[in-house]
Design a protein around this ligand. Structure first.
Ligand SMILES: Cc1cc2nc3c(=O)[nH]c(=O)nc-3n(C[C@H](O)[C@H](O)[C@H](O)COP(=O)(O)O)c2cc1C
Length: 231
């Protein structure tokens, strides 16, 4: 099998400094809206993203998960907290996300810190899922070895019969993570590999304030530093 001849020139557009807002989440939302407005093939999931974690044995691991919310302070996905990724995040919350949107010749990379969301947020999203997915979340020992090939379907059928139409409870070990970004890079493919890359890096600025009748206090505000990177 030869692969090396596969090559595509990226001609969709460019990314210039004057198009870049102060807040990278705003640019992410603009890019995501443009993606949704494009003529996407039915099979393409624009919210699929790579999630990279640190393995406790050393090295890195990655897998695809689905982005379910973009908020001013982060990117939300849902999973099993007892899965490999869940345990990896418990041990080291530094993660990275990667999006590839070939229809617009774009990539977005996020580096940040993952934290569990409030259980109410997980509960709300869990309730919005199809019943079959709720059942699967209950029975699947995600990332564990399963010796018996028919086990999962049997467990789903048993739980479904036991509930006899009642709401499927959300397991405590199933819920969301919010990735709070420290850095977000936007990559726009250009012809001849002269791609545009801009990286936003979060910086803290300590402001000294003088309050009435109190000593000076320090307040931290966050600012995004913007840099062009070599392609
Ligand atoms: C398109 C796609 C979407 C997926 N979405 C999720 C998701 O939102 N949450 C999840 O836990 N796993 C999702 N998976 C499965 C993960 O890639 C992975 O197999 C699973 O989470 C176990 O990963 P781990 O063993 O590293 O924890 C998705 C897989 C694909 C291909």
């Amino acid at each position: 099998m030869t692969i090396h001849h596969l090559r595509r020139d990226y001609r969709y557009g460019s990314l210039t400094r004057d198009e870049l807002p102060a807040d990278p989440i705003a640019l992410f939302q603009t890019w995501f809206s443009e993606l949704r407005g494009s003529d996407l093939p039915e099979w393409f999931e624009p919210n699929a993203m790579t999630l990279a974690t640190h393995k406790s044995t050393g090295g890195a691991a990655c897998r695809i998960v689905l982005l379910k919310e973009v908020e001013p302070d982060g990117f939300l996905f849902f999973t099993n907290y007892q899965s490999s990724k869940g345990m990896e995040i418990d041990a080291d919350s530094r993660v990275a996300l990667g999006f590839y949107w070939p229809i617009l010749d774009r990539q977005v990379r996020v580096e940040g810190i993952a934290e569990r969301v409030d259980p109410e947020i997980s509960e709300r999203y869990f309730r919005s899922r199809p019943r079959s997915s709720q059942l699967s979340a209950n029975v699947s020992p995600q990332s564990e070895v399963i010796e018996d090939d028919s086990l999962l379907q049997r467990l789903v059928d048993e739980l479904d019969a036991k509930l006899s139409g009642a709401d499927v409870p959300r397991p405590d070990h199933w819920g969301g993570y919010r990735v709070r970004p420290n850095a977000i890079e936007f990559w726009q493919g250009r012809p001849s590999r002269l791609h545009d890359r801009f990286r936003y890096t979060k910086q803290s600025i300590a402001l000294k304030q003088v309050g009435k009748g109190e000593g000076p206090s320090t307040n931290t505000i966050w600012n995004w530093q913007l840099e062009r990177l070599g392609p």
